[in-house]
Design a protein around this ligand. Structure first.
Ligand SMILES: C[S@@+](CC[C@H](N)C(=O)[O-])C[C@H]1O[C@@H](n2cnc3c(N)ncnc32)[C@H](O)[C@@H]1O
Length: 189
């Protein structure tokens, strides 16, 4: 079974190249950060964000184990602040932004991404992208608040589809309302 996370990685891998700049908007345990760093290595940069110190520790350790620490710049703050934290010189040069929403696996399940700040971050991300930039959003309607967040992400993606993005939505193989959904956006002009 192909998971939605595998679909997200396949999409991002197809667009990322050596030397690119990417953003991991939700560090969590750092698996996605390492994945992104592997795509842009041996040069390039991954900016990462998380609201939990535990996520930065886990991600830093995972990057060190993979000998990729030099390719990442991690911020202990919400992804909604990405435009403030990333140097202005790199605005408009970001190739990919990855969101894996929800809570930290094996962590505090009350510390979850919130619809309001997720939409703020998505709006910031779209402005940071380069001409051929992409965004992936893996959303989980199954936890408290995740349903509202997923609906709002879906609506935001529909709005982008009317503007300058090609949008693909991939649903889980199990078609339950609580099943995760993947949103893939590719800038087309
Ligand atoms: C599903 S986990 C991410 C998984 C991660 N990408 C990995 O590879 O392990 C979701 C993460 O989003 C973080 N998060 C929640 N709200 C956030 C926000 N406003 N800004 C950045 N991270 C946030 C949580 O703390 C949690 O670590």
């Amino acid at each position: 079974m192909t998971t939605l996370l595998t679909h997200a990685h396949t999409f991002l891998r197809a667009h990322l190249q050596v030397g690119d700049i990417a953003i991991d908007a939700t560090l969590g345990n750092g698996h996605d950060t390492v994945f992104l760093a592997q795509q842009i290595a041996p040069t390039g940069l991954v900016y990462g964000f998380d609201i939990q110190a535990q996520a930065l520790v886990a991600t830093s350790q995972r990057l060190a184990t993979a000998h990729l620490s030099h390719l990442a710049c991690l911020f202990h703050t919400g992804h909604q602040k990405m435009a403030e934290m990333i140097p202005a010189a790199q605005h408009g040069k970001i190739k990919a932004v990855m969101f894996n929403l929800g809570y930290l696996p094996h962590g505090d399940k009350t510390l979850i991404s919130q619809a309001e700040t997720t939409l703020q971050a998505l709006n910031a991300a779209r402005l940071l992208l380069c001409k051929t930039g992409v965004i992936s959003v893996l959303a989980y309607p199954g936890h408290l608040g995740g349903d509202t967040e997923t609906v709002q992400v879906a609506e935001w993606c529909q709005q982008q589809a009317l503007q300058n993005f090609a949008v693909t939505v991939i649903n889980s193989e199990h078609p339950k309302p609580s099943a995760p959904r993947l949103f893939l956006l590719r800038k087309i002009s």
